[in-house]
Design a protein around this ligand. Structure first.
Ligand SMILES: Nc1nc2c(c(=O)[nH]1)N[C@H]1C(S)=C(S)[C@@H](COP(=O)(O)O)O[C@H]1N2
Ligand SMILES: [Mo]
Length: 261
């Protein structure tokens, strides 16, 4: 446990001596020293979680624990025209694509996603910026969908392509290079029981600010892994040739790929 706490402490207290990690999803300065410390911390967490079991559940809370205010972070209103049209139409014609290394590529309507058996979980979201919030999420388990489409033998990672282009918040420390938001997880996390595609938050349809119509909840990892506005799920063997090659928007800008908590 202590190593996980150490790891969390590292991320939230700025123990690395700079504001780099504290500023979280914002301005990112890269120095080789910091990158190396983060790398080894990432490896330690990954190995530690393998040891204690990556299947362990994240703590679940009760409705009494729900945060009165849940911060909406990063993109809160994608300015993509196609996305906006879907939002205006209540996502009635929106479809989730699942493709890549799958036996049966699929194109699923939101109505069909809502008809699948849903898991409801009240969990704590931890952002590297140093804030946390408890919310209730409900939606189909990612594993159910992956079993439906069938994985090819060389499948290793699940990539979430989002509808928003992100470029950071100037007010919080400068402009980063903009790019489409995306994320990726391995199959251990993809089939974790708490990995769900949330269509609901706190008992209501997922609002736009929190990723409507669906967002990933991957409860054993930090906030930036929880892709909002997911519109396509691609199963791959490697993400080396995708965007800048590190497996996610923030990873491409220096964050660790495995953000276990
Ligand atoms: N598509 C997309 N997903 C995203 C982000 C984003 O900017 N775009 N921000 C990430 C970060 S850093 C956090 S902390 C959470 C914030 O989720 P919330 O808005 O529900 O608090 O979403 C993550 N997923
Ligand atoms: Mo975050």
């Amino acid at each position: 446990m202590s190593r996980i706490l150490t790891r969390r402490g590292l991320l939230t207290t700025g123990a690395l001596g700079g504001s780099v990690l504290l500023s979280g999803c914002d301005a990112l300065t890269r120095s080789p020293g910091i990158t190396n410390v983060v790398r080894s911390a990432e490896e330690a967490t990954y190995r530690w979680q393998r040891l204690i079991g990556r299947d362990a559940l994240a703590t679940e809370y009760t409705r009494a624990d729900l945060s009165p205010v849940f911060k909406a972070n990063g993109s809160v209103d994608p300015d993509d025209e196609a996305y906006r049209a879907h939002a205006r139409a209540g996502f009635a014609n929106w479809r989730l694509k699942i493709d890549g290394l799958v036996e049966r590529p699929a194109d699923i309507s939101l109505a069909d996603l809502r008809r699948l058996p849903a898991r409801t979980q009240i969990t704590r979201h931890d952002c590297v910026e140093g804030w946390s919030a408890i919310g209730e999420w409900a939606g189909p388990q990612l594993g159910t969908l992956l079993k439906t489409v069938g994985l090819k033998p060389n499948a290793r990672y699940v990539v979430f392509h989002c509808a928003d282009k992100y470029s950071g918040e100037i007010s919080k420390g400068g402009m980063q290079s903009s790019g489409m938001y995306y994320e990726s997880i391995d199959l251990v996390d993809a089939f974790h029981p708490q990995s769900i595609l949330a269509t609901r938050m706190n008992g209501a349809p997922l609002p736009v600010a929190y990723g409507a119509p669906i967002r990933l909840r991957v409860e054993r990892q930090l906030g930036y892994k929880h892709a909002k506005y997911v519109q396509r799920i691609e199963v791959v063997e490697s993400f080396a040739n995708m965007e800048l090659g590190k497996g996610g928007y923030w990873e491409d800008r220096g964050y660790e790929w495995y953000a276990g908590i």
